[in-house]
Design a protein around this ligand. Structure first.
Ligand SMILES: Cc1cc2nc3c(=O)[nH]c(=O)nc-3n(C[C@H](O)[C@H](O)[C@H](O)COP(=O)(O)OP(=O)(O)OC[C@H]3O[C@@H](n4cnc5c(N)ncnc54)[C@H](O)[C@@H]3O)c2cc1C
Ligand code: FES
Ligand code: FES
Length: 1360
């Protein structure tokens, strides 16, 4: 028996500091504690449900007997504080910081340009750190100096569960890979450490040194000394208990039953809370981790028994352990396959604390769509449970089929039996495979369906075939209560010799057996997956040369089955890198040095270490309260009242603020744009689901969130018309927003004439596009602090503080000079923190004004998703006329935009759309665009608002024309590209000059650099040879019109020569501060004194303050960086002009003059060293066009609908880039966000318009396994553009449009799949038109490839 000591206080360490707590609310998470009770703010809250990795910390445990430290990552948002007793926590601050020196991880993240907004970065750094130190514990050979024992594949997988919305992951992967022992230095991308041409040795030597022997200790010595024995927290103060034996546990449970008024929870990793989103607190928590029987792993010849507490990570290790003595190789292969499957469950930081038992109990009790239940069901596992004193052993199947086990039942263990070896007499062989179809191949996504199949097969004695002696087929997660065995199919197969005919019967049976329950999404797709997987499993038994055989049944027929066993082992956990090396080409220009240099983003290192301060990191002022919104769930209803269950006013709640609390003289206003205002709160009538009804203010964020969650709104629909929920109804009822004529784009040419010239016409074709959510990693947040004399200071994470400032003043009815809005940095905006951040700031200000106390809010992800609105959905119908050669002569579009309930920025949408839609020469272009007012939440600007949809519409028309003519799409694109003359006609008013029209050159260059034509031929061949995988390639041009807006700037030179800069633009991660710094350094260097050439380090850009710099405007539309730069250049010119006479005088007197001395003298001589400016762009150059093109190649698995992006090549014209590293980051990040829109992200609502995709479980943004495997980007330096800001061009939004190439490539692959499908029907499939929806998710793709393609294939074989 181990030594254990009971403690009554909770003791642990964070970054080497000791913490001891005598009383804790046991529902407190580690994240809550770190963020609210320590100075360590690097742990970020982003999802609160285990799905994003922003909160990842390293948890270290010390074993005093073995004297070993175990280190692993966990999500601090789910880990309960009481469960870390005796542990040590390391956060990114603990690795290094600005005072003591950064860790090489921080330095490399910074130098590889892997941090943009920085909100994901500390979590990424910890995930990498954990992988590094664990690799060091292996017995691998010593790596070369400066490298670790980590492999490239491990480096990539280390961050597989961490989400980043800004970078597109490629630079993050580079930073991680740079530590790997097996790295080829050539595989690393652009960075600030070395130059491309440097030798490998030089490159390696220039990376910030990683010294393996000097790694920081993760477990402090003082805690080791304290933990002489394992410390067990058993404390009534904490309501937390750690039983150490089953008997102990039974006593606790009995005691609890006697006092059965208490609500008790058994916990292990507490990750289940991420799925069930439990907010309420239990009376008692029983931590099962210290019961030895529940934590053991026992192996003998009968099988492997895994204690219920064993984490999934530990189970994976155990299942992979080789031990030839106990299990036959066939069984060992099976166990490895189980472990490989388990590695796709959640992400590393969840698997490290999630227990196998917890997973199965969730599956049994609450119908969780478990992977573990399915795969263990197929192998006939046995569970061991106790209920009170009753001990039972059941099959997993019996366990799952029982009614939900009661709270006092405890799962002790699960046993995977050993399976019989090959019987050499009967020549039988065991086959086992597992499957899952999920939107992310590496995990962190629940499957649409999972399956595991076990079969015992032997050769037929009388013929060449193979007989299935028996089999166990399990399916799960497809919308049933729990995983099930397909008994009818098993019975059908038992003893059968497999043939094509038998296979056909089998799949019919499967389709009938695997039927999701009513209400499950994509039911037919899920059933088709069951068919696909079983077909994949069985088809090699019919045809050993099948695509799926992998050689594992080679020689399987006749007497060669024993030999086949050698081929069967394809379970090896193959660790191939996920991403291939990618190439970035940038042309540097030193003309305006340091402008044009790829310098590291300002603040990247402090973002990595977690020292960068976001709004929610600002310590709460004394007496601070916290708010949460109560939102409507109805689209149109009277709000009769709001009550709380179960109390009248829940714990900790101070007030509930609504429109009734708007002060006298104030207005019910939550946001404003040039098109109007939106109310802060609904009045008596709510006009959309998601509308703010009230703001609960409570002592803590948790209390506020819980109260808002438990609020019950009393609605009434009396005397109300039906809400308008579709654009068609809006048109019928003339519910439209007015578009000012000056903003309505102009038609081009004569449509009727163009149609008359056409040889062919397509009439009334329709397209629908859905919405997209911003998924900034930092949700909306604000802090309002009342100040003296009726003033209000508001910190807001916002893209337009000026508008928030005005809104707050109007809401409170106070003059604008009483309000000050401060924004330092924003943890991702993408348009979502422009208009939508205003009501958040205003609600805090209103509450603070009323309660005379500071009030803050950090929106939980669910509320953020419900309120955000997002991208505009739309419905498009078009008529297009074209010549037989593909030249389009006329296009007419009718576009209905769903703008939601308020105008927001929606009336600008037609203009935006046309700016991108006119990328082709349509001959004549006419359109009717209506901005519809509906009872949906108001839609707002999202990165490339309108432009991305328009770019898609243009491609859909082109694709439609091509398929109608049965000619290549690329050919039709080519023939319709603008000549300069047609461009001039279509973009009258934009600054268009022949030399600037770089698109034709980009178009041709990209074809060459991406080997477009050769690859197109290779793909044809690939598709001819492969039945179940089809590839597609597509080259797409983009054209994106942007315009500059007026922007202020202020530059001040302090007495020591350091420079402080203020600009209207906000740093959102897009590198605005970095470019501004470069510009200030360049513009001041024109003074030409000694040391002025090196001013970069002396410049600091500071937070935006709406009273210090007024008229800040919006940070939106891609041009704020350049206009802020121009404003700064103007300020610097003023300063240089003021300083020049003094400089000349001093130079004359002293021969030369240093910058510092010049400034010192200027201060002495009362030169005004602060200058401000307001840059107003010249009307003639306000608008300009951006050009780029992309080639994408994808591979579609037509059995599952999965699309893999094999390669993307981009060329983008950045003019003369202000900072190529920053622009590259914008291009890659935007492209990946575009992939999200086109391929993955479903922002679903219910029939009332209420958002139902409310978090990371249902909303899937791209991850490292869904970006292009190879991602090559070239930034074209198109030289001088006299009218631009130092010849630069925008990069923030236009590259997002390029992602349409992925969608088009997918369409190309599907086209081939459909042709094949029709050929199985005996039909000619060429030229058949079809629409591919956006996003092209797995069910959408599979449906187009044929939900019944397996059936059709088999039928075709049977009939041939
Ligand atoms: C982001 C995320 C993604 C995920 N993705 C997947 C996935 O793709 N596939 C998949 O299969 N799973 C997935 N999971 C589920 C995950 O496997 C489970 O959350 C985890 O295994 C539960 O273990 P735990 O120790 O954290 O349980 P806890 O959260 O501590 O407990 C879960 C429940 O089980 C009860 N319980 C725990 N142990 C016992 C016991 N021994 N006896 C009786 N009751 C017990 C608890 O009281 C509680 O009700 C995911 C989870 C997260 C958070
Ligand atoms: S905040 Fe913890 S995983 Fe997202
Ligand atoms: S840098 Fe990763 S989310 Fe912004």
């Amino acid at each position: 028996m181990e030594d254990r000591e009971t403690t009554y206080t909770l003791v642990f360490a964070v970054n080497g500091e000791r913490f001891e707590l005598s009383s804790v609310d046991p529902s407190t998470t580690l994240l809550e504690f770190l963020r609210s009770r320590t100075r360590f703010k690097s742990v970020k809250l982003s999802c609160g449900e285990g799905g994003c990795g922003a909160c990842v910390v390293l948890l270290s445990k010390y074993d005093p007997v073995l004297k070993q430290v175990e280190d692993f990552t966990v999500s601090s948002c789910l880990t309960l504080l009481c469960s870390i007793n005796g542990c040590s926590i390391t956060t990114s601050e603990g690795l290094g910081n600005s005072k003591d020196g950064f860790h090489p991880i921080h330095q490399r993240f910074s130098g590889f340009h892997a941090s943009q907004c920085g909100f994901c970065t500390p979590g990424m750094c910890i995930s990498l750190f954990s992988a590094l130190i664990n690799a060091e514990k292996t017995h691998r050979p010593e790596p070369s100096p400066g490298f670790s024992k980590l492999t490239v594949s491990e480096a990539e997988r280390a961050i597989a569960g961490n989400l980043c919305r800004c970078t597109g992951y490629r630079p993050i992967v580079d930073a991680c890979k740079s530590f790997a022992a097996d790295l080829d230095m050539e595989d690393l991308g652009i960075n600030s450490f070395y130059k491309k041409g440097d030798s490998r040795e030089v490159k390696a030597s220039k990376l910030p040194l990683y010294n393996r022997n000097h790694e920081i200790p993760t477990f402090p010595e003082f805690l080791k000394k304290e933990i002489k024995s394992k410390m067990l927290l058993n404390s009534e103060n904490h309501s937390w208990y750690n039983p150490t034996s089953i008997e102990d546990l039974q006593r606790f449970l009995e005691f609890n039953e006697v006092n059965n008024r208490t609500r008790m929870k058994l916990v292990v990793g507490n990750t289940g809370a991420g799925y069930y989103k439990e907010l309420d607190r239990y009376d008692n928590y029983i931590d099962l981790k210290y019961i030895p029987e529940l934590s053991m792993i026992r192996r003998d010849h009968t099988g492997i028994e895994i204690g219920a507490n064993v984490t999934i990570s530990k189970a994976i290790e155990a299942l992979r352990e080789e031990n030839k003595d106990e299990f036959h190789s066939g069984c060992e292969v099976m166990l490895k396959k189980i472990s490989n499957h388990m590695e796709k469950i959640a992400s590393g930081f969840i698997r490290n604390s999630a227990s196998v038992g917890g997973n199965l109990v969730m599956a049994q009790r609450r119908h969780f769509p478990s992977d573990i239940a399915t795969i263990l069901l197929a192998v006939g596992s046995i569970v061991d449970i106790i209920t009170g004193s009753r001990h039972e052993k059941l099959t997993l199947e019996e366990f799952l089929e029982r009614p939900p086990i009661d709270p006092k039942s405890v799962l002790l263990s699960i046993k995977v039996p050993s399976w019989a070896p090959i019987n050499s007499e009967t020549n039988t062989k065991l086959l086992f495979e597992t499957y899952r179809a999920a939107p992310r191949p590496l995990g962190n996504a629940l499957p649409y369906l999972n399956a595991a199949f076990l079969a015992e097969v032997s050769p037929c004695k009388t013929s060449d075939g193979i007989i299935i002696n028996n089999c166990q087929l399990a399916f799960g997660a497809y919308g049933t209560k729990h995983a099930t065995r397909a008994r009818k199919v098993e019975e059908f197969l038992a003893g059968k010799m497999l043939s094509v005919g038998a296979l056909y019967e089998v799949i019919k049976l499967v389709r009938a057996s695997v039927v999701p329950e009513d209400g499950t999404s994509s039911p037919a797709y899920r059933s088709s997956l069951a068919v696909s997987f079983l077909f994949e499993f069985l088809s090699p038994l019919v045809d050993p040369s099948s695509e799926f055989s992998n050689g594992w049944l080679e020689g399987c027929t006749g007497n060669l089955l024993v030999d086949a066993a050698k081929n069967y082992d394809h379970s090896e956990h193959i660790k191939i890198p996920t991403l291939l090396s990618s190439e970035q080409v940038v042309e540097l220009s030193r003309e305006y040095h340091p402008v044009g240099e790829p310098i590291t983003k300002a603040g990247a290192a402090i973002q990595a270490s977690g020292e960068a301060v976001y709004v929610d990191d600002i310590p709460s002022p004394v007496n601070c309260l916290h708010g949460a919104f109560i939102c409507s769930t109805k689209p149109l209803a009277w709000v009769k009242g709001i009550k709380f269950k179960p109390n009248s006013l829940p714990d900790g709640v101070i007030a509930v603020i609504s429109f009734k609390d708007i002060p006298k003289g104030g207005e019910n206003i939550g946001s404003k744009t040039m098109f109007g205002t939106e109310p802060l709160f609904a009045d008596d009538l709510t006009r959309c689901a998601g509308q703010r009804l009230a703001f609960v203010v409570a002592e803590t964020q948790k209390h506020a969130d819980m109260a808002a969650n438990f609020a019950v709104v009393d609605y009434d629909m009396e005397n109300l018309e039906l809400p308008i929920l579709t654009v068609e109804e809006a048109v019928k009822k003339s519910s439209l927003f007015e578009v000012p004529p000056s903003l309505y784009p102009k038609q081009v040419g004569d449509f009727s004439k163009g149609m008359a010239e056409a040889d062919h016409k397509i009439l009334s074709a329709e397209i629908k596009l859905g919405s997209q959510y911003y998924f900034y990693m930092e949700t909306q947040t604000s802090l309002a602090v009342p100040d003296e004399d009726n003033c209000m200071l508001v910190y807001s994470s916002i893209q337009c503080p000026e508008s928030a400032h005005i809104t707050i003043a109007r809401c409170l009815g106070i003059p604008e000079h009483n309000v000050r809005v401060i924004t330092r940095r924003v943890g991702g905006g993408f348009g979502g923190k422009a208009i939508k951040a205003m009501p958040v700031a205003t609600a805090c200000a209103l509450a603070a004004h009323k309660l005379r106390r500071p009030v803050r809010i950090y929106l939980n992800r669910k509320t953020d998703m419900i309120m955000a609105g997002g991208r505009h959905p739309m419905k498009i119908s078009y008529n297009v006329g074209f010549k037989s050669n593909g030249k389009i002569t006329a296009l007419h579009l009718d576009i209905l935009i769903n703008a939601g309930i308020s105008a927001d920025i929606s009336p600008i949408m037609p203009l935006n759309m046309l700016g991108a839609l006119k990328k082709y020469d349509w001959g004549a272009l006419s359109f009717d665009i209506k901005v519809c007012k509906t009872n949906h939440s108001s839609k707002s600007a999202m990165r490339a608002p309108g432009e991305v949809q328009a770019s898609f519409i243009a491609e859909a028309v082109i694709e439609h024309v091509a398929s109608t003519l049965s000619v290549g799409v690329d050919f039709v694109r080519n023939i319709n590209l603008h000549t300069f003359n047609s461009l001039y006609l279509f973009y009258e008013g934009s600054a268009v000059e022949p030399l600037e029209y770089t698109l034709p050159a980009i178009w041709d260059k990209l074809a060459r650099s991406s080997s477009f034509y050769q690859r197109t031929e290779m793909i044809k061949e690939f598709n001819r040879c492969n039945k179940w995988r089809k590839r597609g390639i597509s080259r797409v041009p983009i054209l994106h019109e942007v315009s500059l807006r007026a922007t202020p700037g202020k530059v001040s030179i302090l007495s020591d020569g350091s420079v402080v800069v203020e600009v209207g633009g906000i740093e959102l991660g897009q590198g605005l501060w970095t470019k501004v710094k470069q510009m200030a350094a360049f513009a001041l260097s024109t003074i030409q004194c000694d040391g002025a050439g090196d001013l970069l380090q002396k410049v600091r850009v500071i937070q935006s303050d709406t009273l210090s710099l007024i008229q800040g405007g919006f940070t939106a539309g891609s041009t704020t960086s350049e206009s802020s730069c121009e404003a700064v250049r103007l300020c610097c010119s003023i300063l240089v002009e003021r300083l020049t006479p003094l400089k000349e005088r001093l130079q004359e007197q002293m021969g030369s003059i240093q910058w510092d001395m010049l400034i010192f003298q200027a201060h002495m001589q009362a030169v005004n060293l602060s200058a401000s400016s307001y840059y107003v762009p010249d009307l003639s150059s306000m608008k300009y066009l951006n050009y780029g093109a992309a080639v994408s190649e994808v591979e579609v698995n037509i059995l599952t609908g999965e699309t893999m992006i094999l390669q993307a090549d981009i060329i983008y014209d950045c003019g003369q880039s202000l900072n190529p590293a920053v622009d590259l980051g914008q291009i890659e990040g935007a492209f990946v966000q575009g992939i999200g829109f086109f391929m993955l992200e479903e922002y679903l609502t219910n029939s009332d318009g209420l958002v139902i995709a409310e978090g990371t479980w249902t909303y899937k943004i791209p991850t490292i396994d869904t970006i292009p495997k190879q991602f090559n980007v070239e930034i074209l330096n198109s030289g001088q553009h006299k009218k631009r800001v130092l010849s630069s061009k925008a990069s923030g939004e236009p590259p997002l449009l390029l992602a349409v190439s992925v969608h088009c490539a997918t369409r190309a692959a599907i086209r081939d799949a459909r042709e094949q499908l029709l050929s199985w029907h005996g039909l000619d499939g060429s030229g058949s038109a079809f629409q591919l929806e956006v996003p092209a998710t797995m069910p959408v793709v599979k449906e187009l490839c044929g939900l019944d393609n397996v059936d059709m294939y088999l039928q075709s074989l049977l009939s041939s």
